[in-house]
Design a protein around this ligand. Sequence first.
Ligand SMILES: C[S@@+](CC[C@H](N)C(=O)[O-])C[C@H]1O[C@@H](n2cnc3c(N)ncnc32)[C@H](O)[C@@H]1O
Length: 168
Amino acid sequence: MRSIGSVTPSSAGLSRAISEFVGASSAVNVAEWGSGTGPITRALLSAMPANGKLWAFEIDHGMAAGLRAALPDPRLTVVEESASETLRIAGRVDAIVSALPYSFFPKELTRDLLGAGQASLKPGAPMVLLQYRPDVLPPFLTQIFGSYERRFYPWNLPPALLFRVTAR
Ligand SMILES: C[S@@+](CC[C@H](N)C(=O)[O-])C[C@H]1O[C@@H](n2cnc3c(N)ncnc32)[C@H](O)[C@@H]1O
């Protein structure tokens, strides 16, 4: 399905790597974009502090309901709305993790979502984006955030790319 973008959930190892790359252990207010069945949600919650707040944006009703039932953690709020609503719902956040399938999205949607990310992050706060294609995100990341860092994570099926940007 084009809004889902991957047939297999992220592995526990990849999810931990994402959580570490975004610095979840020192982030209090965090937004996760496209939680799906929640592998990254779990990794974020196990790293985040006791006073943390995790907003999990997931537009698929079945997945959002499943996540609420599976993870009754008081720090977690599953939001059944588009990630573009982050600022309105969560306010300025300390970090964003995105697993949205940008390679299936129209360019305008990708630009709008990444612009919403920049607007929702505190200045200097990080965003980590999980992708499987190397070519889709870089032009948008350079335009909106100025620069990006890229890491390759080969121990997932499919092998994954992680992009990290910081808000201006
Ligand atoms: C590739 S799956 C990632 C699932 C999970 N995070 C993982 O890593 O296994 C992408 C998810 O993004 C959700 N999604 C797509 N567009 C979205 C949007 N605009 N806002 C929030 N979630 C969205 C889809 O419903 C899907 O569950």
